[in-house]
Design a protein around this ligand. Structure first.
Ligand SMILES: *[C@@H]1O[C@H](CO)[C@@H](O)[C@H](O)[C@H]1NC(C)=O
Ligand SMILES: *[C@@H]1O[C@H](CO)[C@@H](O)[C@H](O)[C@H]1NC(C)=O
Ligand SMILES: *[C@@H]1O[C@H](CO)[C@@H](O)[C@H](O)[C@H]1NC(C)=O
Ligand SMILES: *[C@@H]1O[C@H](CO)[C@@H](O)[C@H](O)[C@H]1NC(C)=O
Ligand SMILES: *[C@@H]1O[C@H](CO)[C@@H](O)[C@H](O)[C@H]1NC(C)=O
Length: 643
């Protein structure tokens, strides 16, 4: 039966068109607020809302004295991106953790920005007529705010602010204003928001047609990422020396969505997905890193795990991959960006944030053994000497204001629904509670995944539906993990055949109260993979890191808990896995207490591994390329902790 449903799903996606001839999304996003984080994810997001997200407006000039509200700050480089970046994350965070204080602050920013909207409709400080870019993250924030509001005055006001702004964009294009540099590279985030607001209008409205025409003009004026970069001989297949906007990491991360976003309007859904997936594949093949992101220590930097990745590139790649999955032509395609996104969400994102969410390094380096301020001799090429330091705003301020979207957008997209096929899609596992208005269902996903095995779906439903569950790659590809999988439906063991990456469970009974309807159990065992760049150990989706006994020293205090830190390590990093790896048991630790700042010993999952000391030099204060042969160093075999 499942192939039939898949086929039907595909036919609906290919033939049905939403009003204004935008292709209907195959999977519908739930409106912001319909999915709530629970368990560890709620702990993490609450920690974030109480840390920098709610404090930046109190002390950081880029938000506190922003030019968006008439202040002197948020003007670096002649652009005004910090306040919009912050709102793009603060909106979904405040809504999902129901932080009323933060929501009140966010609404004050919207109010101030709305009342300053120009008579022509332009939004924000207007210091450079070709700077469309600074408004783009604002429109993403506005779309999410709109989505979270009930029908009423404020919701209509958001739509009318957006429509007036788009009129101003059209007017500038007609006057011959060219897209500025960032605007041209990042135009498809703006096109996404035009599509969002156009879809609210009646099908036959002439303004909706005008908006789609505006999107087309922007698409044509923008940089053509597929032809001119990802699918061209110009694409960088080695660390970049001569940099340009095309080689810029965050531009590349944002550009992954170029294909799928435009496909909603061109109707070429297969081609659009092929372009987006090719973009990600190229970035992974030539610049991929073990934490799931690609290296870009400002510009693309190859596969050497000592090279850096900017935090903004991680959160932007996550948002691009979400859209790539949602807008994919079929399940077989959708599973790939979801796999990539899961690795980022569980490795690269937390790997670039301090445990207490008050500081971050601008660059994370998979193979780093220190994170220092003023590192003059460094391995990265285009960024400054503070880039690896954990701090308030090391190197550039962008990540300080942009990291906020990481967890909230991840949480908002754990589930999708497809009313036409009566299907609920469980795209990613994390503890959460989701309400599906079209299907009259509610699902609580009870789990400690990825820190523990097992997921439970507690379901309350008015009608039967198909629960389409993506299985993470280790449960599909690793034979012993796959063999450990048990699936039970209403207490009975059921078929666990995986097709196109998804398990399909028919929930045929109904219940007015939540019951444990579907349960998956499986084993979490360490897995080793080896490549020319070295060996990695994973447990489930988690990349294990060697405990180096970190020690932090405060360099500078800013305000509240915000400070800059030097991080040193006390244990040797010059170790390797022996030919035959030996591990102790996977140890699970309690999450009853929130994470403490800078305490690696509190990580929720750990194991012991037998390691061999090797001769492995450092270059520019970073591990050189891993030694080809294991030449034993002074330290012989020892058991060390990974977590
Ligand atoms: C914001 O600007 C006002 C007026 O110039 C100043 O008094 C205040 O200290 C500034 N706040 C921050 C956080 O920069
Ligand atoms: C659009 O369609 C609605 C209902 O189908 C109709 O009432 C309205 O007059 C139409 N408007 C235009 C501008 O054609
Ligand atoms: C990339 O270019 C090749 C050769 O022109 C073409 O066959 C392929 O379809 C293109 N891929 C995408 C995703 O456009
Ligand atoms: C399980 O499902 C698959 C595909 O849907 C089917 O091929 C297989 O025969 C089923 N196995 C059992 C034991 O029902
Ligand atoms: C590491 O631990 C394993 C399992 O506890 C043990 O068998 C092994 O001898 C230990 N190796 C070393 C070098 O201590």
């Amino acid at each position: 039966m499942s192939w039939l449903l898949t086929l039907l799903g595909f036919m609906v996606a290919a033939s049905a068109t939403a009003p204004h001839s935008l292709v209907q999304e195959r999977w519908q996003r739930l409106p912001l607020g319909a999915i709530r984080p629970k368990g560890w994810l709620l702990t993490q997001m609450t920690l974030q809302s109480k840390a920098l997200t709610s404090h930046l407006p109190l002390f950081w000039p880029n938000i506190a004295n922003t030019s968006w509200l008439g202040g002197f700050a948020d003007v670096d480089g002649g652009i005004h991106e910090n306040t919009p970046y912050w709102l793009n994350g603060a909106v979904p965070l405040a809504v999902q953790v129901e932080d009323e204080e933060l929501m009140k602050t966010v609404e004050q920013y919207f109010e101030g920005i709305f009342t300053r909207q120009g008579s022509d409709g332009w939004l924000g400080p207007d210091t450079d007529r070709s700077d469309f870019w600074s408004r783009i993250p604002f429109m993403l924030a506005l779309a999410q705010y709109h989505e979270s509001l009930p029908e009423g005055h404020q919701r209509s006001r958001c739509a009318s602010v957006a429509h007036r702004f788009f009129t101003a964009v059209g007017q500038r294009l007609e006057e011959g204003v060219q897209l500025g540099s960032w605007s041209s590279m990042r135009a498809h985030d703006l096109i996404w928001s035009i599509h969002y607001f156009a879809a609210l209008l009646p099908a036959n409205s002439s303004f909706a047609h005008w908006l789609l025409d505006l999107a087309k003009r922007l698409h044509e004026a923008a940089f053509q990422w597929n032809e001119q970069w990802f699918n061209s001989s110009a694409f960088a297949t080695a660390p970049v020396i001569l940099d340009s906007l095309k080689t810029h990491g965050v531009n590349n991360a944002q550009a992954v969505k170029h294909g799928v976003v435009w496909a909603r309007q061109s109707g070429e859904v297969q081609q659009g997905f092929a372009e987006s997936w090719l973009a990600w594949s190229q970035l992974q093949r030539f610049h991929g890193q073990p934490h799931g992101a690609f290296s870009a220590d400002e510009h693309l930097a190859g596969t050497n795990p000592s090279r850096g990745t900017e935090l903004c590139a991680v959160v932007e790649a996550m948002w691009s991959l979400l859209l790539t999955a949602q807008l994919a032509p079929n399940d077989r395609s959708a599973v790939k960006p979801l796999d990539a996104l899961e690795v980022l969400a569980y490795n690269a994102l937390p790997g670039s944030l301090s445990e207490d969410l008050w500081s971050h390094p601008y660059l994370q380096l998979a193979n780093s053994y220190q994170a220092l301020s003023h590192e003059v001799d460094h391995v990265w090429t285009h960024d400054g000497p503070d880039s690896a330091m954990y701090g308030l705003a090391p190197n550039y301020p962008c990540c300080t204001s942009n990291f906020h979207q990481g967890y909230p957008k991840f949480a908002a997209n754990l589930f999708f629904e497809s009313p036409e096929t009566k299907e609920i899609i469980s795209a990613l596992w994390a503890p959460s509670l989701a309400r599906f208005s079209h299907l009259g269902a509610q699902i609580e996903l009870k789990t400690d995944y990825p820190f523990n095995a097992g997921v439970e779906y507690w379901i309350q439903n008015e009608e039967p539906f198909q629960l389409t569950i993506r299985l993470p790659p280790f449960l599909r590809d690793d034979p012993s993990a796959a063999a450990s999988l048990r699936v039970t439906l209403e207490g009975r063991t059921v078929n666990r055949t995986v097709v196109d990456g998804f398990l399909r469970v028919q929930v045929t009974s109904k219940a007015e109260r939540p019951r444990l309807a579907v349960r998956l159990d499986f084993a979490l065992e360490p897995r080793v993979s080896r490549s020319s760049e070295g060996s990695t150990v994973h447990v489930g989706p988690l990349l294990m890191a060697l405990d180096l006994a970190e020690e932090r020293k405060e360099v500078r205090r800013h305000a509240f808990e915000a400070a800059d830190w030097d991080t040193f390590t006390r244990k040797s990093w010059q170790v390797a896995l022996p030919e035959t790896p030996r591990f102790g048991d996977v140890r699970h630790r309690s999450f009853d207490l929130p994470p403490l700042p800078h305490d690696a010993a509190r990580c929720p999952l750990a194991l012991e591994a037998e390691l061999v000391g090797v001769r492995w030099p450092a270059e520019h204060q970073a591990p050189a390329a891993p030694p080809e042969a294991l030449v034993p160093g002074q330290a012989a075999r020892s058991n060390r902790s990974l977590g």
